[in-house]
Design a protein around this ligand. Structure first.
Ligand code: FES
Ligand SMILES: [Fe+2]
Length: 411
């Protein structure tokens, strides 16, 4: 079912100029992504169709990728162009074909379609519509099943615990929201701590579902957060007044997944270099494996947990989320869990997911053939009780003042 949607296969930055050839494992398939001399991208099977050696060690030449074992040459569509160890008269090569999948490069990510039939259009999400100057894309590996990773993003009730800093005045968590929370005189961590039992509602949408999380703070005002599940394996959440993040969780195999995040700015251009430096400090380049993990208890420090952060795992919220999904084990036995009323998003996703997995025909899959706009990911604060008007007004202003964001329908 996941194959019936475009999925992120690599970051554009992985295809370096010297030798744009990258091994990719996606949905448990061993593939190789490369850019040929004409600049065309191909995603083909990694085992050579001749005797199975690894084509990611291939030679990029003569209009394709050449196997170093006996010189067979494959183009981006998986066609075999030459079998040079055979007699010149041999037509053997016309009978050989490697696996190949459609790919498209867009806003820093190479997308692949591993499904049946014709691929759908690329989504119309803001992260696709925004110009390259206003997006930043990055990725990282988590050692667990993709669904565990996805379910942290559709669980708005964890932020006020998992990401809490113990210093009430610290602006570190949610500092991007300081404009918004400045009106309230509170930092985000304090605001969330004051209202730690939010009301969470999930509403089905043509692309998946929308989550509305409201937190009444001391009967003085309400914080409203709108986020979305873009079915089947993406979320979009607000980062600040100017920025949102869209994140895909895609299986490498059953027990490992990559998150791909696209930061979208509705205001100024993004400072991609600084953002990349921040993220790079947390991963090992090559396979984008995080620097912390089970092997070092995710950096856990009991002293820090007593005095400074709720987790004792530093201030990077990505590490907190990583612990939340990896410490369950690679595939958690869900018969042992107890979903509570605040897990409304997780329940809705599982219902949609199971229905789609039962009947994965392309024309019936949620959001697959729908032109998705937005969706809206925003934080608002209001003293009234018309929460929807509060976020709609803010979103209307944001889009009207953005250099690129199209107007959006709220329904
Ligand atoms: S194994 Fe690749 S050409 Fe022989
Ligand atoms: Fe989180």
């Amino acid at each position: 079912m996941l194959r019936q949607y475009w999925q992120p296969a690599a970051l554009t930055e992985e295809l370096n100029d010297d030798r744009p050839v990258v091994p990719v494992t996606l949905m448990n398939e061993e593939l190789v992504l490369f850019r040929d001399e004409q600049g065309d991208l191909g995603l083909i099977g990694r085992p050579c169709p001749h005797r199975g050696v690894d084509l990611s060690f291939g030679r990029l030449e003569d209009g394709g990728l050449r196997c170093p074992f006996h010189g067979w040459l494959f183009d981006v569509s998986g066609r075999c162009l030459e079998t040079p160890a055979e007699p010149a008269t041999s037509e053997f090569c016309s009978r050989v074909r490697n696996l190949s999948y459609p790919v498209r490069e867009h806003n820093g990510i190479v997308w692949a379609y591993l499904g049946e039939g014709e691929p759908p259009d690329l989504p119309g999400l803001d992260s696709f519509v925004a110009p390259r100057s206003h997006v930043f894309a990055f990725k990282g590996m988590w050692n667990c099943n993709w669904l565990q990773s996805h379910e942290v993003g559709i669980d708005p009730a964890h932020a006020q615990f998992l990401h809490r800093v113990l210093d009430n005045d610290s602006e570190e968590y949610g500092q991007q929201f300081r404009d918004l929370v400045a009106d309230t005189g509170m930092t985000m961590t304090k605001l969330m701590r004051e209202a730690s039992a939010p009301t969470i509602e999930a509403e089905p949408m043509p692309y998946g579902f929308r989550l509305r999380t409201t937190r009444n703070v001391r009967d003085q005002f309400t914080h409203v957060r709108l986020s979305n599940c873009i079915f089947p394996n993406a979320i979009t959440i607000a980062m600040s007044r100017e920025m949102s993040i869209t994140q895909w969780h895609v299986p490498i195999d059953d027990r490992r997944s990559y998150w791909y995040s696209v930061f979208v700015s509705y205001g100024a251009e993004v400072d991609g270099r600084t953002m990349r430096d921040q993220r790079i400090s947390q991963v090992t380049l090559g396979d984008y494996r995080p620097r912390n993990g089970r092997f070092n208890n995710w950096g856990f420090d009991p002293q820090e947990q007593r005095t400074s952060s709720y987790t004792g795992m530093g201030r990077d919220i990505n590490v907190h989320d990583q612990w939340a999904v990896e410490s369950q084990g690679e595939i958690y036995d869900r018969r042992r869990e107890h979903l509570s009323p605040s897990d409304v998003g997780i329940r809705m996703h599982r219902r949609m997911f199971l229905a789609a997995a039962e009947d994965p025909s392309a024309d019936r899959l949620v959001g697959r053939n729908t032109r998705v706009e937005g969706p809206i990911a925003i934080d608002a604060v209001t003293t009234g009780d018309d929460f929807d008007t509060a976020w709609r007004e803010l979103e209307t202003i944001r889009r009207a003042t953005s250099s690129w964001a199209p107007p959006i329908s709220f329904e």
